[in-house]
Structures are given as C-alpha cells and as structure tokens.
Design a protein. Structure first.
Ligand code: ZN
Ligand code: ZN
Length: 243
C-alpha cells in the first residue's frame, strides 16, 4: 500500500530548475523553458570542425592516439556554464538514479548511433560497452550512470550491451596529468574474461557521460582493442572541446 501511494504521489521535477513537471513534460528531463535553453546550447559550434555538437565527430587528442574512430556527443560541456540546464543535466544523472531522465537522454543519443550504423561506419556486429564508474563513486551513489544509459540504449537501438568492464578502487584523477590519468584508469580496469571473447572482431560503441581529457575512455578503448575489438566509436552525452 505504501508503495502504491508512493507511485501515485510521485512527482517529476525538471533536472535544472526543479519545477514540477506535468502534461507533455511529465516524462521528460526538462521543463519547457529549460529545454529551450538546453536546445539552444546544443547549437554551439565546434571550433575544430565548425559543426554543431550533434554533427561533430572531433575528440580530444588522446582518444585519437588510442585509435578511437570518432566521438559523438549531444553538446559541448563547459565548466564555466555550471548553472545552465545542460550542465545541470550532467550533475543530475551523476547523483540521481532516474530511469525517466536516462531514457530521455538515450532517446536523444539514439539517432547519433543509428546514423553511424546507417552510414556503414561500424564494421562487424556492434556491441555497447560503458566506461565503468570508479568504485568509490559507485559506493557513494550506488549506481553507474553510464551503465544505465548503455542498457537503455541497448533496448532502444537493439544493440547488445556487454557489462565487460569494471573498475577497482581508483586514485582521485583531479591532480593527475592526462597521461597519468590514463595509466591510473588502465591499471584498475577489471575485465570480465568470460565475456571478453564476445567482442572479438566486433565494433564497440563505448559510452560515457562526459569526456574531458579522454583518459578514461582511452584506457577502456585500448583494453578493448587488445581484447580483439575491431574498432571503437566513442559516444558521450557531452564532451569538453577545449581539451
Ligand atoms: Zn526547468
Ligand atoms: Zn568538431
């Protein structure tokens, strides 16, 4: 009974302004006003290729060095814009486990992935893998947001999701250089050896929430290529284009 009441009285709030959502917005991440600001932020142009975020395939040099094919993203992340809806979306999904918000983001990411597939960009039968959340954050929040997103996308795009990578305890990344970061992540990746066989000769769609230096994604990409993956396409909700 208590569970039932909880469902009846559950309210959905905008991830940015916390306004209670209703009507057509009930199952969305943003209220109408915040979504407008969010959509406008998606129009900002990549300084490298002059395309808007959803069309840009650019990536931090480190990802290129580690043979990632391209990085697709929904919008560009900028720390200076901390209070804006797009950044609040990122903070929200790091701290809250919300199927509604994850699904809304997954719906936006779907065309980026199906577009790559339609263009014949990915060889071999693709598989979805997520960059694992650090053990410490996993312990603190109790869930892995990129894994949740990967599961949702797996359903939406009908692509197999393999929970292949996990993270051991990890040193704080903040004070490390990009190279040190990658080593730090790399040394702490745990690969499910039983599942590893299944990525041989297949393209991997490697998913993360935010890509900044690209160290975490690079470490995962390198490990997956060594395990026999054919190629890696990076997909993130957001990426920092200045790095
Ligand atoms: Zn709002
Ligand atoms: Zn670009």
């Amino acid at each position: 009974m208590r569970e039932l009441l909880k469902i009846i009285f559950s309210v959905h709030k905008c991830v940015s302004c916390r306004e209670i959502l209703g009507g057509a917005d009930f199952d969305r991440a943003f209220c109408a006003d915040c979504r407008e600001v969010y959509l406008a932020s998606k129009m900002s142009i990549c300084p490298e290729c002059s395309l808007e975020a959803e069309k840009c395939r650019c990536m931090p040099p480190m990802l290129k060095k580690n043979k990632v094919k391209a990085l697709r993203k929904l919008f560009f992340y900028s720390k200076e814009k901390g209070g804006e809806p797009q950044n609040r979306l990122i903070y929200f999904i790091k701290k809250n486990m919300s199927r509604r918000v994850i699904r809304d983001v997954a719906k936006e990411l779907k065309p980026l992935i199906t577009g790559e597939l339609a263009r014949g960009e990915l060889k071999g039968k693709p598989v979805l893998i997520s960059v694992p959340r650090s053990r410490r954050a996993l312990f603190e929040y109790g869930f892995d947001q990129s894994a949740l997103l990967a599961r949702e996308l797996s359903e939406l795009c009908d692509i197999e999701y393999l929970p292949l990578l996990k993270s051991r305890g990890i040193r704080a990344q903040k004070k490390l250089t990009a190279g040190e970061r990658m080593k730090n992540v790399r040394g702490r990746l745990i690969v499910d050896q039983k599942e590893a066989e299944r990525i041989k000769g297949r393209a991997v769609i490697l998913l993360d929430d935010v890509v900044t230096t690209g160290a975490s994604m690079s470490a995962c990409a390198r490990a997956l290529l060594e395990l026999g993956a054919l190629e890696i396409l990076g997909v993130a909700i957001s990426s920092d284009i200045k790095t």
